[in-house]
Write a protein that binds this ligand. Sequence first.
Ligand SMILES: C[S@@+](CC[C@H](N)C(=O)[O-])C[C@H]1O[C@@H](n2cnc3c(N)ncnc32)[C@H](O)[C@@H]1O
Length: 306
Amino acid sequence: MSKRTPRRLPPFLQRVALGVWVCTLATASLAAPPATAPAPPTQAPPVAGQPTDDGLTTPEALATADAARAAAQAADDASQPQERPKPIEEPRTEYLGRTLAEPMSHLGAAWLVRAERDLEENASRAFKQLGLKPGMKVCDLGCGNGYWTLPIARDLGAEGRVYAVDIQVEMLQQLKARVAGRELTNVTPILGDVDNPRLPEDVKLDLILQVDVYHEFSHPQSMLWEMRRSLAPEGVIALLEYREEDPNVPIKPLHKMSKAQIMKEYQANGFKLVREYNELPWQHLMFFARDDSPLPEILPEPFVPK
Ligand SMILES: C[S@@+](CC[C@H](N)C(=O)[O-])C[C@H]1O[C@@H](n2cnc3c(N)ncnc32)[C@H](O)[C@@H]1O
């Protein structure tokens, strides 16, 4: 057995060896970012302008160290959830097996504020499920003439705000007239596009309410993408749709949706179900959050005829 002491490399070769080691580390990180977080290096790479443990501050060593840090940062960024780009979507007549409905005309707007609506749909009960609190930021998407917007504005108070979005200018005119009659100051009417609600870029919403509107979207993917972008991390969409599974709901089939279809479309666009309320006479009420929200996901209860 050799008892010789190992020979130390001369200082010049020590520098070359360190350079090759750092270079190899940088190339490997750039070529194939690991699926899991990389193990921390046993020795910290040199920092520009500061001497290393062994006094190395050559430009080559510092440059390769910078490259190693950049590669580590890129690997870290790659492990974060990325936003998908907005889909390029033509007007549709069908989506994931569902035939889309035409938007309800403003000429029928009186039906939205009919006296018997609360009796038929029990909107008051649905309203209580929204969990409104003063100061919240809410969007009433597809607001029509404001059957829901007005009581929401009342409950949010002066510190809160409701963005009331519709694609029909006539609906917004009727909404504005009804708002003016009640002297509410926290309603922002917005004329949306069929594929973009045109919400302010910097607002993160606590709630997006959609009552009997989602099934009318001609660009459902684009609208879901925009809603996802505007939701706060713990914000939710409250989706009300007439129950397709229920033959007793006296609404045309094209204007109804089943839970299974709703789940299919929302899950395909980056949402998870976080709550539901199954006690309304005609509608499903389902709450969705972004799929990266801290809110826990639940499974939908099957529809049971009453
Ligand atoms: C059946 S009405 C419901 C109105 C209101 N949510 C209510 O419950 O009284 C549907 C409304 O959605 C609007 N709408 C349809 N597509 C839309 C879109 N892409 N963006 C915003 N509003 C839309 C229609 O113009 C119509 O006023």
